[in-house]
Design a protein around this ligand. Structure first.
Ligand SMILES: O=C(O)[C@H]1O[C@H](OP(=O)(O)OP(=O)(O)OC[C@H]2O[C@@H](n3ccc(=O)[nH]c3=O)[C@H](O)[C@@H]2O)[C@H](O)[C@@H](O)[C@@H]1O
Length: 454
């Protein structure tokens, strides 16, 4: 039938004479006398316009390296991530195995130990939490895209530390749903501890896309995988104190409003809280969100002020300290990493099971949000004084009014709820915590092999 169609169609189009066909049916461009200069000009103009249109629409926007923010590295790594194969599967299963038990498979009843997928495991909090879980015997599988938001060698060094205790980090992106499905098919995770995110408050002005990619799209991709997993894992994830935004009532309580974010970063974390709520409501996922307050410590993030202040003070480079209106103090409720990790484990250990399966909710599920702070804010100037003392070097300081860059003036956590529900009790003051950080920093950066110690 289809073979006859073109002929039938062509029969209708047969011109009465070839000449008539050419003059009446061909496009305007062909009717122009080709040899006239005007027709040539029109033809080449059309061609040029078409090519310009094609290249502008089809190619990704580019700009000069000096003016453009860094590329969204998480997307890059999504394209290049390599996973799979028998050896890879063996490592995944081994890492996820609970000590003294076997890797939990579908329908297994787990009583001893947790089996946790930790996203962002090569990151600061993710690496510490993975280490603590593994050390107490839980099964831990890491997932990280090793993007280049900050020095990748630091992430690799954290990875080697984790490998030494038996934690394998799968290299891949949380947006890679095929990879996630594969992992959930291989291992029946009891919990997902989700740290993978685009962090940093001020960087959101340079690279907004990376926040949407990781903190919104990536989160949804991971929740989708959790919703279909059978059994569904309980989901514990890192929100942020930045959701309190421009609030002036302190200390910040979980009941306070969170609808005036000061940065896109904060807005994506707030959106994450709403998104996780909807997955809890529709699919019965057990959700716990942890609002971290400026976490610091050994193996920390080089984009954070305490970290790069240390580096710059040692180099004799000028540091900029922001101040509020009328020379007001800008302060943070700096929270030491070990306290945060205890909070994370407390949250994991008190989760209730998700109630859904196969994407269907079977009953109401737990939904919680906790502040994990230190409850004693310290001014940035004071932070620098402590560093000067510990480093035995005077800082070259420049005090500037805080620019409108996403920063807020003050954070202070009320932790009553976390104390009551998950036994959270921070014990490290800023001086003690920074002392441990400085000791690690000096050892890590003075050692040519960048080993440091955990
Ligand atoms: O608690 C949180 O929710 C957030 O804590 C930090 O954000 P931030 O508190 O802004 O931490 P830093 O970037 O280390 O800044 C600490 C303080 O130093 C100040 N600062 C920063 C940079 C600088 O050059 N000068 C300066 O005075 C900031 O204004 C801020 O008060 C993290 O970077 C976020 O990822 C996290 O979510």
């Amino acid at each position: 039938m289809s073979q006859h169609m073109p002929n039938a169609y062509a029969a209708d189009d047969i011109p009465s004479t070839p000449g008539k066909f050419k003059s009446e049916k061909l496009p305007y461009i062909h009717r122009l006398r080709w040899y006239s200069p005007l027709s040539k000009l029109t033809f080449w103009s059309f061609l040029l316009l078409f090519l310009i249109f094609f290249f502008v629409i089809a190619s990704p926007p580019t700009s000069s390296p000096s003016s453009s923010p860094p590329l969204d590295s998480s997307r890059r790594s999504l394209r290049t991530a390599a996973w799979g194969g028998l050896e890879w599967e063996r490592r995944v299963r081994l890492s996820a195995r609970i000590r003294g038990g076997t890797t939990p498979h579908r329908n297994n009843n787990l009583r001893n130990g947790l089996c946790v997928l930790v996203t962002g495991a090569a990151g600061f909090v993710g690496a510490h939490a993975s280490m603590a879980l593994k050390r107490r015997g839980d099964g831990v599988l890491g997932l990280d895209n090793f993007n280049d938001y900050y020095d990748q060698s630091l992430k690799r060094a954290r990875q080697s530390q984790l490998e030494r205790v038996g934690v394998f980090i799968v290299e891949g992106d949380i947006n890679d749903s095929t990879l996630l499905q594969k992992l959930f098919d291989m291992v029946a995770f009891t919990h997902v501890m989700h740290f993978a995110a685009q962090a940093g408050v001020r960087y959101a002005m340079n690279n907004p896309d990376s926040y949407v990619h990781s903190n919104i799209a990536g989160l949804v991709s991971l929740l989708e995988a959790c919703k279909f997993a059978n059994p569904q894992p309980a989901f514990v994830w890192a929100s942020s104190s930045s959701v309190y935004g421009l609030n002036s009532k302190v200390p910040f309580s979980e009941r306070d409003r969170t609808d005036q974010p000061a940065s896109l970063y904060a807005a994506t974390k707030k959106a994450g809280e709403e998104i996780t709520h909807s997955y809890n409501h529709i699919y019965g996922l057990s959700i716990t969100g942890l609002r971290f307050f400026t976490v610091y410590g050994p193996w920390g993030r080089p984009d954070m002020a305490y970290f790069f202040f240390t580096k710059d003070i040692l180099k004799g480079k000028q540091i900029t300290i922001f101040e509020g209106p009328n020379h007001g103090t800008v302060a943070r409720d700096f929270t030491y990493i070990d306290d945060i990790v205890k909070g994370c484990l407390g949250a994991l250990d008190t989760t209730k099971k998700s109630t859904g399966s196969g994407g269907k909710k079977k009953g109401p599920a737990q939904y919680r949000i906790f502040n994990l702070g230190n409850t004693s804010p310290v001014g940035v100037l004071e932070l620098v004084k402590v560093l000067e003392k510990l480093l035995k070097v005077k800082a070259n300081k420049k005090i500037l009014p805080m620019p409108r860059n996403g920063d807020v003036l003050y954070t202070h956590a009320n932790i009553t709820l976390a104390q009551r529900e998950i036994g959270y009790k921070p014990t490290t003051d800023l001086h003690t915590g920074l002392k441990k950080f400085v000791r690690w920093y000096l050892s890590y950066y003075s050692d040519a092999r960048k080993k440091g110690s955990w």
